[in-house]
Each structure stands twice: as C-alpha cells, then as structure tokens.
Design a protein around this ligand. Structure first.
Ligand code: ZN
Ligand code: ZN
Length: 432
C-alpha cells in the first residue's frame, strides 16, 4: 500500500481542490480522505505538492519500430514519466507504419516489457498513411489502438476522411487529423509573415491549417462522427472549432506547449525552432491561450517528436520538423499560463488529465475504486531543464537550459511510483 499524505488533491472531474490523503492499495485508489492512516503503507509526503489524476498525452512520437536512433519506446516513455505523464498515445508514423494489428501488437508488447507508463497506440487511417485505402482499423482496435490518424500528414482527401470517420464512428474511435493543405504548404519551413521575410525562409501561410480544419469540420457535419484536431496553432482553426461545437458537432482539439509559449518572432536559424505546424503569430498564440482558458480547447498535447542530433544539426531548410516535449510540458503550462494568471491551476490540470481522457472517451478521477494513476507536482519549485540529462535519445528542444517555476515530482502508474523527483534538477544559485 502507498499512502500519499498532506497533498493538495486537485480533481477536475469532481472539482475537488482540497488538502486530502490518498491511500492506494495495489493498482487502485482505496480511500481519499482527511488524516488517513495505514500502518503498513509506504508513506509519500506530498506536503506543498499537488496530487492530480495521471497526465495523459494524446500526441507523441516514440519512433519504434524503425527509427530507434532517435527514440525507443523505452527511452521515450522514461522521458514521459519524468514529465509526469502516466499514459501516452503514440502516432503511427513509424517504420513500418502502424497500419496493421501485427505492428500494433508489437508496440503493445514492447511497451509492456519496457515502458514505465501506459502506451496507447494510435493506428494509421490509411495503409502506409498513403491516403489511398483504409488501414485494417477494426483489427488494430482489437490489438489496442485508441484512435486513428495519418499524423505527419493530413487524411488525404475529404472522401477518404468521410470513409475513415464513418468507419471509426461505428468502432467508437476518434479520428485525429494533422490539418495541412499540402498545396499551400509547398515546401515552407516557418510561418509566412514578416519574420519569414526577415529570415529569408520560405513561409507557410496560416490558412494552410485552417483550410483543412474547415474541410474536416464539414466532413464531421456530413458524418456526425467524432473529429479531433491535432496540434492546432491558429486563430482561424480555433474559430472553426468553436462554431462547430456551438452547432453540437463532436469536434475536439489539442494545443502544444510550444504553440502557447513561442511565436514566429522567436524563430532563429536553429532547427530546434522548426516544427510543423510552425510557430504562429502573436495574435494566434494569444487566441490559443484564450481558447485554453475558456474551454474551447480540450487538451494540451506535447507532439514529442524526437530527432537524432545528426539529422537536426543541419541547415534550417533541410532539418526535419519537430521538437521533444515530455519533460517541459507541465513546467511551460505553469510558467506561461498559470503563474501569469492566464489560466487557473485547475484548468491546467484539466487540460492534462480529464480533457485528453474525454477525447478518448474515458474517465479519469481521484476517487475510491479508480485506477491509481497519479501525477504529483510542485507549482513553484525552481529548476533548470537540461536536455543532456534527458532519458530521451534526442536533444531537439528550444527549451534546453531554460529555468522554470514548477515541476513534476512523482509519477504513479497503477499504484506504483515509477518516477520520483528526477526532472527537478535544482536551478543554479542565483546571485542577488
Ligand atoms: Zn502532426
Ligand atoms: Zn505529430
């Protein structure tokens, strides 16, 4: 048994925010209450810390099978545990693509052997994510996928999207789309605007994303099926989502920590600022923060996209898109959103827990009988992130050596502490 004492329990499902103890017996929560005692239990003193439901990441790339130089299920999930994540959904653009039950089973088995956290695979929508024929979605569902996506690229056509949505709706799976009009994308490397002109880099207009979101919303209207927009980055996209929800369509969306933190003004000739969708304008970033605060956005997802140093250490134009993100997600949420009073702490917890759970159609709460997946964190512990200390095989992050206020402290999966105080290496002494 594990007794988590003196913590500030924050549970968005029941709107609980109170000093409570949590007693865990085996894989489940046995009791939640004041002054709990259990003589045989191991004690975790959570005084001064928040005890939240386990964080769920709807969007990451673990690179296994096939790209193990950049990441493996083991190294990626160790980084996830350090970031406070108890479950991660991995995108299917591996090699081979996760478009069949045998690949899904391989990921599930590897995760069972090597991962400290839950790994929930996402299956490809089309075979090889080529945008032609439907992948074997029902067989993959039986093997363990929780959603469907051709991430890395959009579902190729409205017609294919219709088929995928109708099929997935009958199976109860959400369809996640990486929204991008590829004709407008046209080899761009950052957001089109005055900063791309200043840097002399080929731009990607904001409408590249919103045109595709608009298409998808229309197909969701046609089918009545569930649609989830991945890594949404523009105000135009958000407006489509807002309008569709007002009409009662089942549309959800996620935003990454880098898109609520950075803008195209931050981009420099450093491939750690190259991601897809690209960093957006300040107006877009501010609109996303508003959407996170007012409930229009359902989840914060990392889009953890590790790339081996050799592949990122090239000219900006030639570098692959993407940055790592597990270990800095919570700290960015606290530093950029909660501490500056743009978002309540409860809302941040919701965006990392019940929000993503709801997208997957599951529940997360801190209550008797529930699975004991918990994330324990500090809202104000000061620490410095060092990519070189990460268990991830990759180092591609613009947040290396950034000092944060707030850090994950312990990650509990199925009643077991899988990670404790590792991410929070103390900040260097500041000279006053
Ligand atoms: Zn994507
Ligand atoms: Zn992705």
């Amino acid at each position: 048994m594990l007794l988590i004492k003196n913590g500030r329990v924050m549970d968005p499902a029941s709107k609980t925010d109170a000093a409570l103890d949590v007693l865990v017996d085996g894989e489940r929560i046995a009791r939640v209450g004041v002054n709990l005692a259990a003589p045989d239990a191991e004690i975790f003193d959570a005084a001064g810390l928040v005890v939240a439901p386990g964080f769920i990441d709807l969007h990451c790339h673990l690179r296994e099978p096939g790209q193990e130089l950049s990441e493996t299920i083991e190294t990626g999930t160790r980084a996830a545990a350090r970031g406070g994540f108890t479950a991660v959904c991995c995108m299917p653009n591996t090699s081979p693509v996760n478009d069949s039950a045998s690949v899904t089973r391989g990921i599930v088995e590897r995760a069972a052997a090597k991962s400290p956290v839950r790994v929930w695979p996402i299956g490809a929508a089309s075979i090889g994510s080529k945008g032609e024929a439907l992948a074997e979605i029902a067989a993959m569902k039986n093997a363990g996928i929780v959603a469907v996506s051709d991430d890395g690229k959009p579902v190729a056509t409205a017609r294919l999207m219709r088929q995928v949505m109708e099929y997935c709706d009958s199976l109860g799976l959400p369809v996640i789309d990486h929204c991008e009009d590829q004709s407008l994308f046209a080899g761009g490397v950052m957001r089109e605007g005055r900063h791309s002109v200043r840097l002399g880099l080929k731009g990607i207009p904001a409408q590249t994303e919103s045109i595709c979101v608009g298409r998808d919303v229309e197909v969701a209207r046609l089918t009545g099926a569930r649609l989830h927009i991945a890594h949404m980055s523009t105000r135009g996209s958000l407006e489509y989502v807002r309008t569709s929800r007002k009409e009662g369509l089942r549309v959800t969306c996620e935003v990454t920590p880098h898109h609520f933190t950075l803008t195209d003004a931050d981009v420099r000739y450093d491939s750690n600022y190259k991601m897809n969708p690209p960093l957006a304008s300040r107006e877009d970033r501010d609109a996303l923060i508003q959407g996170l605060a007012d409930g229009s956005i359902d989840a914060i997802a990392t889009d953890h996209a590790p790339h081996h140093p050799a592949s990122k250490d090239v000219e900006f134009d030639r570098a692959p898109f993407g940055i790592t993100g597990f270990e800095t997600a919570l700290a960015l949420g606290l530093s950029e959103l909660v501490h500056p009073d743009r978002l309540s702490l409860m809302r941040l917890v919701e965006l990392l827990t019940t929000g993503p759970a709801g997208v997957l159609g599951i529940e997360r709460k801190i209550a008797e009988g529930e699975i004991a997946d918990l994330t324990i964190f500090s809202t104000d512990r000061s620490w410095t992130f060092r990519a070189s200390d990460s268990p991830s095989k990759s180092r591609n992050t613009p947040f290396d050596r950034r000092t944060f206020r707030g850090a994950p402290v312990a990650t509990v999966v199925a009643g077991r502490v899988v990670c404790k105080e590792l991410a929070a290496t103390p900040a260097p002494n500041s000279h006053r």
